[in-house]
Write a protein that binds this ligand. Structure first.
Ligand SMILES: O=C(O)CCC(=O)C(=O)O
Ligand SMILES: [Fe+2]
Length: 291
């Protein structure tokens, strides 16, 4: 498998993400999007039937990324320090986050600190500097996303403020108590994620990001599957064999290495989202079986 080039790794260290174009073909994306409309009981051709502006679907179908999108998989391995450090298998599903027409009546606003909804992902674990649960953030593009069409906003220079914030707190943060999004005031770089079906953005797990409004008239389909590490990140490796994700943290903190010890137990949290999505899945299975 092709390795990331030094330039791609440097882009990740500097900007906190790499964009991998054309990682999979349209066939499965087309099928899964069409099924999503059936699952929701929406008519693709009739926006009047899209009763929710934004939906986060539960996954119904899954593929293993290693087979489905080998170039993305290989890049994931490179960024996380090798396949042996990753919790396997790495799967993607049709658990789409669909932005049908969020605030479509408002003029499009360019990404900035003034946008609402900035956050770090991970509603399901206690956050520490070295947390293994959200080892990487992924944005998989399942519908073509032009400019000003609901693409996710990202803040490439958010890695450093998040790293400084977490470093100060060995006791970590419960996901319900922490407001990482407030750190957006320390950021000055903002971009929107656009692309074609099959493009994949691999982002640092600390990356602050936000949903945007979608006045385009075209529903936007992405997924945000986390990739988990088998072990927590390590910032003082004897052989200096840091993954680019770890290296980006060290660079952001301006240190060569760092002794970091958590001072309380790691904790998994079951967010309210899980029960909501289980209920949706059951309802959708009934709807599909009746159609
Ligand atoms: O819809 C988007 O563009 C972003 C969604 C997101 O970041 C999330 O659900 O955590
Ligand atoms: Fe998110």
């Amino acid at each position: 498998m092709d390795r990331l080039t030094p330039a791609q790794v440097e882009h990740f260290l500097d900007k906190g993400y790499v964009r991998m174009p054309h990682c999979f073909d349209r066939r499965v994306a087309d099928e899964w999007r069409q099924l999503a409309f059936e699952r929701l009981g929406y008519d693709e051709q009739d926006p009047q039937t899209w009763t929710e502006a934004r939906v986060h679907l539960p996954g119904m179908n899954r593929v293993e990324v290693k087979e489905f999108a080998p170039a993305a998989y290989s890049a994931i391995c490179d960024l996380m320090g090798g396949e042996e450090r990753i919790a396997l298998p790495v799967n993607w599903s049709d658990g789409f986050i669909v932005n049908f027409n969020v605030r479509a009546d408002e003029p499009w606003q360019a990404p900035s600190a003034a946008a609402s909804g900035w956050h770090k992902d991970g509603d399901w674990f206690r956050h520490f500097l070295d947390s293994p649960e959200q080892g990487l953030l992924t944005i998989v593009i399942w519908s073509d996303i032009g400019p000003q069409s609901g693409g996710t906003f990202v803040a490439p220079d958010s890695i450093a403020p998040v790293a400084r914030f977490l470093r100060k707190r060995p006791v970590g943060y419960h996901p319900a108590e922490v407001r990482f999004g407030d750190l957006i005031g320390e950021c000055t770089e903002f971009e929107e994620v656009t692309g074609q079906v099959g493009d994949v953005f691999l982002l640092h797990p600390y990356m602050l990001h936000a949903a945007s409004n979608n006045p385009s008239g075209r529903p936007r389909f992405i997924t945000n599957p986390p990739v988990s590490l088998r072990e927590p990140m390590c910032f003082c490796r004897a052989n200096g064999d840091y993954s680019p994700v770890e290296g980006a943290v060290l660079r952001a903190l301006g240190v060569e290495s760092l002794e970091f010890q958590i001072s309380t137990d790691r904790e998994r949290v079951v967010p309210e989202r899980v029960a909501r999505q289980e209920k949706m899945l059951a309802e959708q299975n009934v709807r599909l079986s009746q159609s």
